[in-house]
Design a protein around this ligand. Sequence first.
Ligand SMILES: [Zn+2]
Length: 494
Amino acid sequence: MTDHPTEPITTDSEAEAVHWTTPPTDGGERLDGRSAALVSADRLLTGRRGQVEGSLETIGIRTSSPSEAEVAQARTAGQGGAVLLRGRDILAVGTTAELEGRLTELLPDVDPNDVVRVDLPGTTLMPGLIETHDHLPTSGTDVEYPDYGPHEVARLTLNAARAARELLSEGVTSVQSLGARHYVDVALRDAVDAGDLRGPRIIASGPQITTTGGHAHHAGGAADSLDEIRHQVRHHHLMGADTIKAMATGGFMTDGSAPWFAQFTSEELRVLFDEAHRLGRWTAAHAHGTQGIERAVRAGVDYIAHASFVSAAGRSEFDPHLADEMARAGVYVDCTIVADLPGIIAADPTFAPPARQLWEHGVRIVAGHDAGIPASPQRAYVGGLQALESVGLPRTEVLLAATSRAAAAIGRAGVSGVLAPGFEADLIAVAGDPSQDLAALHDLRLVVARGREFRPDRVEGLAASQAPTEAVGPSATLAEWRERSTRAARHPEV
Ligand SMILES: [Zn+2]
């Protein structure tokens, strides 16, 4: 933050080496979530598409503007981008001059001199980032199901609280939890909503609904008949889950569960999602193989995690017809493009989630990273966005995937992900212009969650190029299955 006296964050030479350094929390929030505030920067990205194809709607000074002196002059003339907040809501966006001129109209009961002003030269304002796929309680551990013995609930809750703060410290202002034992995500959501803890807006799922012995069965959401499925959905509803998540296929992280095979029948998934929708819940499916993806889409799911199209041969085998069907259904998809994926693909190109192909078929790709599982730390969020660009999504699409489209993907359309009147004040400012270079997202200058500033904890973000490349789950599972088929091929016809 530019006004912090003792810890200058970026001199030009340091910016090369340090991707993410934030000042220590000092409690000095400028925006308290109650007052009116005018936040101004060089420009503002609204989170909508721009007029020109492939562009983002931008208010204020374009980065293509020639010199620093001209930028400074334009700012003085009020041509920068700005957002006017009151409490947790966005009242208006526009140029600084426009909003200054409309203060008495927009805030008839407030003396314009009492409006808090935060001016951030050299920065871009944009919607807060959104993580659409997270496992808050296991965050920071190196096994998917750590054993805490009698302290399990407490430790998982503490992990989740720490993860929530870490997300907010890197500019993530909403997160969809897609699997949490003991509904600790529900309790954490309520604590954040009540203001007891700082964290992003949490969309909670509780435990994933799976089959006995199926993927992530340790989390406790097994169901094996239509009645048990209805009971699980209703129980999740009773416990306060926002999103009902089903394990439509096996997964890489659970011994003995194969990612390429469906776990539930079509009828079971239909009952599951219908019952969730009847209760006004959002729905998500974990699905790797085509059979599980297809069943989930046809059963009416809202969100699919992974969509890796992995086959029993242990390779990604893209199915263009299914992609078209996913696009027509309007389902949101995270291909789980984590920060270390480019390294994994370089080592083994046969397992590469087809994010680019799905996008070309019109599928709505969003930024979900399975954060909190081993090898996908919360602090690698921006590295994940860089990885999504490196596997072929245009930068504009990546930014939509991380903001407005992500908000719709977690069932919060019209609430967050866009800087426009009527949306909640979830926003960040970053040095530079992320529409020119996503690395700008590593240089965070302001975080506002539901109208209240958050002074980030010291967190060093992980760029795609720095991420560790030891693949924990997929490589082991794939190697085992490949070994088995190689041995089978050796066997004579008998
Ligand atoms: Zn997951």
